[in-house]
Ligand binder design. Sequence first.
Ligand SMILES: Cc1cc2nc3c(=O)[nH]c(=O)nc-3n(C[C@H](O)[C@H](O)[C@H](O)COP(=O)(O)OP(=O)(O)OC[C@H]3O[C@@H](n4cnc5c(N)ncnc54)[C@H](O)[C@@H]3O)c2cc1C
Length: 363
Amino acid sequence: MNRSTDTPVILGAGPAGCAAAIALARNGGEPVLIDRDAEVGDALCGGFMSWRTAATVAELGIDLAQLGAQRVTSLRLFAGHHSAQSDLPEPAYGLSRRSFDSALRRTAITAGAKLEIDTIRALEPGCARGEAREYRSGSLFLASGKHDLRGAARPRIARDPALGLRLRIATDPGLNALVGESIELHLFEGGYAGIVLQEDGSANVCLALRKSLLARAGNEPAHLFEMLAGESPAFAERLEFAPANPHIDTIAAVPYGWIAQNTAPGLFRLGDQAAVIPSLAGEGMSIAIASGIAAAQAWQQGGGAAAPAYQQAFARRVRRPIRVAEAIWHMGENALGGPALTQMAQHVAPAARLAMRLSRIAA
Ligand SMILES: Cc1cc2nc3c(=O)[nH]c(=O)nc-3n(C[C@H](O)[C@H](O)[C@H](O)COP(=O)(O)OP(=O)(O)OC[C@H]3O[C@@H](n4cnc5c(N)ncnc54)[C@H](O)[C@@H]3O)c2cc1C
């Protein structure tokens, strides 16, 4: 099967799927891009766009600053009563997923991708079964992100899996003065909270933590926020700006550290379906976009048959950033490791910047 006889079908129009669609369409691939949502939603995400994400989307013709993204120039770490600040190696951005994913979808359609709205239920060799119809192709691009499809699910083996929670705090001069141009990471035993300002000045407060930590809060997200505020004065100070009964989004069982080492011919795994970097690195979207571009290039050269070689090469490319991010995540979620990490960032600034660089995917 090669590119001239086969229509590439992309399952999922998030960052990975849209990046593949743009790269394929610009090279005459005429991809079909399928998503279950007709309206772009606001995916649960920290909303931190690293300098690598900014550079990779620039290759696709998207300028984050033009989308109104907030500039982020420093990292602030908090653990208990300790805190540290370090400049980022290069400027980054804060942007809502609604804005980012909308820009990607627009760009993909303008480039010539055909968008279809359908929910894919299962995957078989050469066929994706949707609710509306079946999609047959020797070049399937699996980009359903956090959502596994029957027939291609990622293994879930963690004893104490990671969860994601998110709440938004409306723009407020007091909170904006506190957070400013920083990405804040508040480290707790069993997880962390990231805070960054987004394009409208609102703050995205996103937590990734062990299920056992939520269990300690009686499995009540609102109680969890109160519990963590009780452990950290800085986090409590920021939460004072939150509404009385905030809406809290949740996502279960995130397989941090998982990497697809191989795949079958005809099935390109992209984004979170290719590799899942611990989110405190803020590099998931960069990896997603890089996977879409790399898979499209592999397809241009070898059609669906190129999928295994692409997957193996991409696994090698993401190994270092994912292992570095895992080491930082494990240290940060440890009762003694969080304060130690914060003190190291305070006293050995070059080491903090090196860790930030090593947890990026190579160009
Ligand atoms: C708590 C948390 C915080 C994070 N914070 C950051 C951060 O600050 N910065 C960063 O860079 N990364 C962050 N990430 C990682 C980032 O969110 C992901 O790596 C990124 O979204 C992966 O992109 P994707 O395109 O693979 O998947 P997704 O963004 O999940 O997109 C998948 C798309 O597929 C569609 N879809 C899903 N299932 C189906 C189906 N059955 N049929 C049809 N369509 C379907 C969805 O509607 C969606 O549009 C975070 C992750 C978590 C869990």
